[in-house]
Design a protein around this ligand. Sequence first.
Ligand SMILES: [Zn+2]
Length: 414
Amino acid sequence: MLQSELLAKVSKEAPKDEKSVNAQFLTRAGFIYKEMAGAYTYLPLGFRVLRKIENIIREEMENIGGKEILMTIFQPKSLWEETGRWSGGVGDIMYKCDDEGEIGLGPTHEEMLTDIVRHYVSSYRDLPQYIFQIQTKFRKELRAKSGLLRGREFSMKDLYSFHATKEDFLKYYKRAAAAYVKVFKRCGLSSLMTEASGGDFTKDFTHEFQVLAPGGEDTVIYCPKGHFSRNKEIAGDLRGGQKCPQCTETLKEAKSIEVGNIFPLGEKYSEAMKAYFVDKDGQRKPIIMGCYGIGPSRTMGAIVEIHHDERGIIWPKEVAPFRVHLIQIGKEKRVAKAAKDLYRSLQKQNIEVLYDDREDKTPGEKFAEADLIGIPWRAVISEKTIKKNSVELKERSKKSLRLVKINQAAKYVK
Ligand SMILES: [Zn+2]
């Protein structure tokens, strides 16, 4: 992609109405455009990152048997009345959008999918089922002040599992938890599987995936050895500084961002909506369910909260909008030709490149913008480098520069 063709321009000024690190950097660097509190448009750079996060999630959900569907955002009142959730709890954070108040904009999709499953599943032979979607969700959110961390309109991957037995459910719950750790690791996030209360969904145990970040809205109490973590809201008497319940280590307390959660739903929805199946013994039983959520847009915000310095974002490789930021310094014909040739050659080798071909920017401005945008590799072509038939490479996360032969550049950045 040519930087000269990008619609969004980088801004030196932080937006005045944004307090969070993620919204400030993402707005300044031209990844997102704020429409209103808690609702953002993803510009070309931002949409590339969001799609990469979604594709990582998609791959890992397919690895644990997930089948992708796309449900409607419109949700009929009648389904929500079956579970008694149209009013109160989740129903109260739902936008109701037609004149008669009969249609809600999906804040979550348990009712919708339980309805679909009861239509198709009748026997134990039809189970288990693992169904997911990546969908825009809507929630009335009073505290939409943290950029992508807390949206009124946001992206969500929600997977729902349906089982004949509790044992089968528990086995899958563990597989899903392991897949979650993998998703976040690929996104450059080290997550803590954290015990939490059920919120609106269930009174049973649930788990959140928290990443430590000073800009987070949650607080976790955790063992630094990594085998214990609990949300402070439900930690009871447990405090940082006390001994870990499982080893001799001292517990720590820190701010964190919830990037995912997994919930046992038991028979709550299947009982209420009569989603039954006939078991091997001929008995009619309610389907046992689980629900597994990850917010791709919130994950994008969390990545920025953690991976940045004073100059800008430092994208982890797998989610970066591009692999290489190629910067041309100088307008001389042979410099432009060398840069264009490298641009085409990297693209031919399937290496994603943002090519700063602009002629009205100083080298200083170009470098500052590259640091703000945060692409993993910076490659500079100038009069000086082409004299040596070379390109100057620098990793965004490191200080050192290296001059390598132009035809060797692809090998370095791969
Ligand atoms: Zn411990």
